[in-house]
Ligand binder design. Structure first.
Ligand code: PXP
Length: 241
């Protein structure tokens, strides 16, 4: 069984285009939980372009499921927020402040020593730590030294291979091998980025994926799957005038 953690960044992005609070991030979280999602993920970026610190605090008040906060621990105010909120899990991501979206895993050849005290602090707060990693066995082998308990495999290259039907078998095998290595090292495995209704099933044939976090495609699919009924509701009002 793989848990679904719904990433609400794109709900916040849409909300931020007006000042009237819709769509509501907390309402979206409640709907996801009611539908059975086992977790909620947010990525409060320094430029606040989608999730704002206030969203994180408001979600912390209402969540009844696992809370996963992603971000770069070296970019304020990430650590300040997680010290306050103490989520179930922090997924540490090496993204630069203005990056479009997370686009690579950690390079532990360079970053292990600076991550060790951060990860220790988070674990002391009772927060599970996951590191965003490429499907690269050489890098995965370095994770235990950091103290992190899980890896989140960066699945964009898999999603691209799936979409373009190009090198899919070999790319999929890299993920299966990376997951196997992580398990041999005693690490839990999460996965995320560009997963969707089409490519998720194949990905989850990799054994023991504990959690997938999905936002962009899920939000787009929710719009598509909800648009028909919503238009019908508007037409009902207009036809009763
Ligand atoms: N994992 C990380 C570290 C991310 O930054 C994101 C995007 O915010 C995701 C997973 C989810 O990716 P997507 O929005 O493509 O589902």
């Amino acid at each position: 069984m793989t848990n679904l953690s719904v990433n609400l960044n794109k709900i916040a992005l849409l909300r931020n285009t007006r000042n009237i609070g819709i769509p509501s991030v907390t309402k979206a979280a409640k709907i996801c939980i009611e539908a059975g999602a086992e977790g909620i993920t947010v990525h409060p970026r320094p430029d606040r372009r989608h999730i704002r610190p206030s969203d994180v605090y408001e979600l912390a008040e209402i969540l009844t499921v696992e809370f996963n906060i992603e971000g770069n621990p070296f970019e304020p105010p990430f650590m300040e927020i997680v010290r306050d909120v103490k989520p179930t899990q922090c997924t540490l991501v090496p993204d630069s402040p203005n990056t479009f979206t997370s686009d690579k895993g950690w390079n532990l050849t360079e970053d292990t020593q600076k991550l060790i005290p951060i990860i220790q602090e988070l674990k002391n707060l009772g927060i599970r730590v996951s590191l965003f990693m490429d499907a690269d066995i050489t890098q995965i082998q370095l994770v235990p030294e950091t103290g992190a308990e899980r890896v989140e495999l960066y699945t964009e290259p898999y999603a691209t291979a799936f979409r373009e039907n190009k090198n899919l078998d070999s790319v999929f095998q890299e993920y299966a091998d990376a997951a196997k290595k992580a398990q041999e090292l005693g690490l839990g495995i999460n996965a995320g980025h560009d997963l969707n209704l089409e490519n998720l099933g194949k990905f989850c044939t990799i054994p023991n994926i504990l959690e997938v976090s999905i936002g962009h495609a899920l939000t787009a699919e929710a719009l598509e799957m909800g648009l028909f009924n919503t238009v019908k509701e508007y037409l009902k009002i207009l036809s009763n005038k």
